[in-house]
Design a protein around this ligand. Structure first.
Ligand SMILES: *[C@@H]1O[C@H](CO)[C@@H](O)[C@H](O)[C@H]1NC(C)=O
Ligand SMILES: *[C@@H]1O[C@H](CO)[C@@H](O)[C@H](O)[C@H]1NC(C)=O
Ligand SMILES: *[C@@H]1O[C@H](CO)[C@@H](O)[C@H](O)[C@H]1NC(C)=O
Ligand SMILES: *[C@@H]1O[C@H](CO)[C@@H](O)[C@H](O)[C@H]1NC(C)=O
Ligand SMILES: *[C@@H]1O[C@H](CO)[C@@H](O)[C@H](O)[C@H]1NC(C)=O
Ligand SMILES: *[C@@H]1O[C@H](CO)[C@@H](O)[C@H](O)[C@H]1NC(C)=O
Length: 490
């Protein structure tokens, strides 16, 4: 069943209004229409099911598997991924129905037109060990065996650069059916945005330490080259870089270039390590982490009664900057018999175990760590464990169309550390209230799945739509206000 989001068109046409009441009326309308559309969305149980993205090229599917090859001498050895890759085959009938959207047509006015620089492979797939054959800049999407895979493990949580780049490449290949919110155009004058295909998170993860006798890391060299390249381009000069899209999802990626490219639109995990003049919520796009635990299908999601643990937390207790609250909460909650604290990263504890723990919990804590965001929130969404967000500075993906207060509980840090506050609050949320949030989680979890090929309404598609909407005023500020006010309704 094709994922249809009929409301997306109307959502794109949000007009500015100074009257709050009008905005609220509109938001109600929007909510109704989006829930209607998500009913359709929900019918595709395969979306939440997907653990790793599957790749479909011309009616055949392969799996993007974590790359275990570390043969390249320049490569910093990777931690081996410990999670399993679920093999999935796309139902043939599903494929038949998964026909190309009419909206993929160049004529469609709501399509985001993206020009992508043909940067040398060393900036993107070359970092994955892809050599290309001869003079190719991009992998051949028809030759699926040669499609490079992204490294697994913790690398994957920041793999956004990979999905977006592949999706743009696929938009020019009629053999690949995909979500249709963006299309790559070859003439930069016809583009809405200019995409910079630098795999900055991977570059940070693998190449940020100088090798051998080198003084500077490859990551830094690439960033300097990139700045040099961009500043000399006609496309950059045209709008001072303002229409450029730069993916820097790992909080430490683009460390050297971020100020110099600060006029561009960034795709980020949060703004924690950015000065406001370089990155901010008006200009930039917050993208979800790719979740680590296995997503559960809506049909298989344990309801209230089958989640014996009240509250689950997975993570390090002792963190630098801003993470002290974790320690305080731990001492507040450790004696509650239905609170579960698992220490260490999802990785070290076993992804499967974390997934199990979360899907047998009613609430999952997301406490600020050394950055305001973490993939924990997205693990919670993937397991339909109602997220409890205790992170005052957090930025949330797609918040202009998603009202997180419908499926998350927000608690101010100052309240969370009051004795008894959190537990009393969570215990006061009864079955019906919890179930409402859980139902909503099941509806929206597909928005947080990265797929290749992309699907209508998945994370890749939603990012393009967000970029598109950045061109007009949004519901973002209204939804942000709802974060804490919703609790009074409960
Ligand atoms: C395909 O789409 C048609 C029309 O929307 C529908 O009747 C049919 O059930 C769908 N088939 C599958 C397998 O989803
Ligand atoms: C891909 O699909 C097209 C149209 O269905 C077909 O003509 C072509 O032979 C297919 N290619 C492969 C490699 O299967
Ligand atoms: C698609 O692939 C399936 C199995 O891989 C095959 O049975 C079917 O005939 C293919 N369909 C087309 C249109 O090629
Ligand atoms: C790559 O391009 C160069 C210059 O255009 C050409 O001389 C060379 O033969 C090409 N190599 C391959 C393998 O196509
Ligand atoms: C689609 O697949 C066919 C058969 O493999 C191939 O000949 C054609 O070049 C492909 N189209 C594109 C745009 O790659
Ligand atoms: C690119 O688009 C612009 C504006 O539509 C047009 O004037 C120009 O001729 C195009 N360039 C090419 C090479 O097609």
């Amino acid at each position: 069943m094709i994922l249809k989001m009929p409301s997306s068109v109307s959502e794109k046409r949000i007009f500015p209004s100074k009257l709050l009441s009008l905005l609220i009326a509109f938001s109600i309308l929007l909510l109704i229409s989006s829930s209607l559309s998500l009913l359709h969305f929900d019918e595709d149980s395969s979306v939440p099911k997907s653990v790793l993205q599957f790749i479909v090229v011309n009616n055949s599917s392969i799996h993007s598997k974590p790359n275990l090859k570390t043969g390249d001498p320049q490569t910093i050895p990777l931690k081996r991924p410990v999670f399993e890759i679920e093999k999935r085959v796309v139902e043939e009938q599903e494929q038949e129905n998964y026909t190309r959207d009419k909206s993929c047509d160049q004529e469609n006015k709501d399509l985001l037109r993206v020009y992508m620089y043909d940067l040398p492979a060393e900036f993107h797939f070359g970092l994955l060990g892809w050599k290309g054959d001869g003079n190719r800049t991009w992998p051949d999407l028809n030759d699926r065996d040669k499609l490079p895979s992204y490294p697994g493990g913790l690398n994957l949580q920041h793999s956004i650069e990979y999905w977006l780049t592949l999706d743009l490449l696929a938009s020019n290949n009629p053999n690949v059916t995909r979500g249709c919110s963006a299309i790559r155009v070859k003439n930069s004058s016809e583009a809405d945005v200019v995409f910079v295909p630098f795999f900055s998170s991977l570059s940070y993860n693998r190449y940020s330490k100088p090798e051998g006798k080198q003084k500077i890391s490859l990551d830094r060299i690439l960033q300097e080259k990139l700045v040099e390249f961009l500043k000399n381009r006609r496309e950059w000069k045209r709008k001072g870089g303002g229409d450029h899209l730069v993916v820097a999802h790992h909080p430490n990626s683009m460390l050297f270039a971020r100020r110099k490219l600060g006029s561009a639109m960034f795709v980020l995990a949060d703004f924690g390590r950015y000065p406001t003049e370089v990155a901010n919520v008006e200009k930039d796009v917050i993208a979800p982490y790719r979740h680590m635990v296995r997503a559960i299908a809506a049909d298989d999601s344990p309801p209230f009664e089958e989640r014996p643990t009240l509250v689950y937390f997975q993570g390090a207790i002792y963190r630098k900057d801003g993470g002290e609250i974790r320690q305080e909460l731990y001492y507040l909650l450790k004696d509650e018999k239905d609170a579960h604290f698992a220490f260490g990263s999802v990785q070290s504890n076993g992804v499967r175990q974390a997934g199990k723990g979360m899907s047998s919990s009613k609430f999952c804590l997301n406490i600020a760590g050394d950055t305001p965001s973490s993939n924990r929130l997205f693990d919670a969404i993937a397991t339909h464990c109602v997220p409890v967000v205790i992170s005052d500075e957090i930025e949330l993906p797609f918040e202009d169309i998603l009202d997180y207060s419908e499926f998350c509980v927000f608690v101010k840090s100052s309240d969370a550390v009051k004795k008894g506050y959190l537990v009393n609050l969570l215990r006061s949320i009864e079955r019906d209230q919890w179930t409402k949030m859980w139902e909503r989680l099941k509806e929206i979890s597909g928005h947080f799945e990265y797929n290749y090929p992309s699907k209508s309404g998945d994370a890749v598609d939603m990012i393009w739509q967000t970029v598109y909407r950045k061109r007009s005023p949004t519901m973002l500020s209204v939804h942000r206000k709802n974060r804490y006010s919703r609790l009074q309704v409960l």
